[in-house]
Design a protein around this ligand. Structure first.
Ligand code: FCB
Length: 484
């Protein structure tokens, strides 16, 4: 690219970001049908729902260790029992059917397959996921399996964790075992869930397992994860060339805090670092330009010659998780990440927006904006919305009914924005609500309820479809979003 082209593309990106700020949601997408064959689903993750943490040879994960460490999780909660889905997955699948859903996104727990993160497969662990998958298929649903939703085997963390390059090879071995056992019946795979979140919360901010606060280790973790993603992609394809593989990336539109050039530039840097850091390595074989100085790649990331080939993977689709936007301002003092041009700070978005019970901003038009932006960034790869939803902690009334109107409003407004994004050209083919049911919400324990199905954790795990579940079932049946 010559200098003029560079300037033109930078300006185009900045204009795209500015235009996004003015997104107008009024009346958009109301009642519009989704494309024929659009897939409606719901999502869960192994550690958040399975329980049975020591059953049938399952090993310890970083989340078991973290949750069993006093002070890490709200109310001292842990995932030892969770929703007991290890024993009740038949009930979960019956609920999915009652909700008229055609796809279930669930994850496979690495420590059930390789209890110490390496070595031969644990037959009982594989058997569980075979039974679960067969039940999903028998119910007429499409499985979407996530290979890694954050449960790293603890012995691999003891050996250095994600900052250790060897973890990428361990992950490829694990992926191979799973792909050979399940690749014949699971046609759609998410390799990683939210690589940005598990590396930054786990190794930089320390709020998630394994709870480390080491900025350099965090950067190296991001690179190992990119190597792991590319390797696992090839391993999956080797097991079955027909299967489709992508990852679930958590994305957020980055709005500049002011119209100053410094803040706009900071928002663009942050878009690259947060939204593209695990996308470009796969699709283009390099990190987004302008963040990582070329002469620091080796020492900051532990980059080896040839890594560009390992991390490159022509993903078949891209999964997007959207909850909230960010507001970015320039931070001349830096933000503690060594060596990178990520100068900038991000904060909860427009203070004026309402929030869900977990404190996340509700900003539906941001959904439209980031879906379009990611369609552009990925050259219009098929998109599946792998997560979207709201924490709303309303419990049952005296009759046992759960009237969670704020969740209905959240889902409705976001789906209307998704319809608008599709109308504007985004190739979205699926939507998964987070979550099928209330579950273990990481550092928040059981205090935050994201389910369209209520789970009574204290009394026998009873499941009750909430008003939002009933409403979502009509969306799935009609393939359109009608007023609540
Ligand atoms: C996402 C996670 C998912 C869930 C939702 C609320 O970051 O991928 O497991 O906890 O947030």
């Amino acid at each position: 690219m010559d200098r003029r082209q560079v300037i033109r593309s930078t300006l185009a990106s900045l204009v795209a970001a500015r235009t996004a700020i003015g997104g107008d949601a009024d009346g958009a997408g109301a009642g519009e049908p989704f494309p024929p064959g659009f897939l409606w689903g719901a999502a869960t993750a192994a550690y958040q729902v399975e329980g049975a943490w020591r059953q049938d040879g399952r090993g310890e994960s970083v989340w078991d260790r973290f949750a069993h460490t006093p002070g890490k999780i709200k109310n001292g909660d842990n995932g030892d029992v969770a929703c007991d889905s290890y024993h009740r997955f038949g009930d979960d699948i019956a609920l999915l059917r009652q909700l008229n859903l055609k796809s279930y996104r669930y994850s496979i727990a690495w420590p059930r397959i390789q209890p110490v993160g390496r070595g031969p497969a644990n037959a009982k662990g594989l058997d569980y996921y075979q039974r679960l998958t067969d039940a999903v298929l028998q119910a007429g649903m499409r499985p979407l399996a996530t290979l890694y939703h954050w449960d790293l085997p603890q012995p691999l963390e003891d050996a250095g964790g994600w900052p250790n390059r060897d973890t990428a090879e361990r992950f490829a071995d694990y992926a191979g075992i799973v792909a050979r056992a399940l690749g014949d019946r699971i046609g759609h795979w998410c390799i990683l869930n939210e690589p940005k979140t598990f590396t930054s919360a786990g190794y930089w901010q320390g709020t998630h397992a394994p709870g480390r606060t080491e900025p350099l280790a965090f950067l190296r973790a991001t690179h190992t994860v990119n190597l792991a993603q590319g390797s696992a992609f090839r391993v999956l394809k080797a097991a079955n060339p027909k299967l489709q593989a992508g990852s679930a990336f958590d994305v957020a539109p980055m709005f500049a805090a002011t119209a100053s050039y410094a803040d706009l530039a900071a928002a663009e840097r942050w878009h690259k670092f947060q939204n593209l850091w695990f996308v470009y390595p796969a699709l283009r074989g390099h990190y987004p330009e302008g963040v990582l100085p070329a002469d620091r790649q080796a020492d900051l990331l532990d980059w080896h010659a040839g890594d560009e080939k390992i991390m490159r993977a022509p993903l078949d689709f891209i999964g997007l998780n959207y909850y909230s936007p960010w507001l970015v301002s320039d931070a001349p003092q830096g933000n503690g990440i060594p060596g990178l041009n990520t100068r900038g700070q991000w904060a909860k978005a427009p203070g004026v927006t309402p929030k869900t019970d977990i404190g996340w901003d509700i900003y539906p038009s941001g959904f439209h904006d980031i879906v379009l932006r990611m369609a552009y960034e990925t050259g219009n790869l098929p998109i599946e919305i792998t997560e979207n939803g709201a924490a709303c902690n309303i419990g049952p009334d005296a009759r046992g009914a759960v009237h969670d109107a704020p969740r209905v409003a959240y889902l409705q407004s976001h789906l209307r924005e998704l319809a608008r994004a599709i109308r504007d050209g985004a190739p979205v083919r699926a939507y998964y609500c987070w979550s099928l049911m209330d579950n273990f919400e990481w550092a928040e324990g059981y205090s935050q309820r994201f389910g369209v199905v209520y789970v009574d954790f204290a009394h026998g795990q009873q499941r009750t479809i909430k008003d939002s579940g009933r409403w979502y079932a009509t969306v799935a049946a009609d393939n359109r979003v009608l007023p609540a």
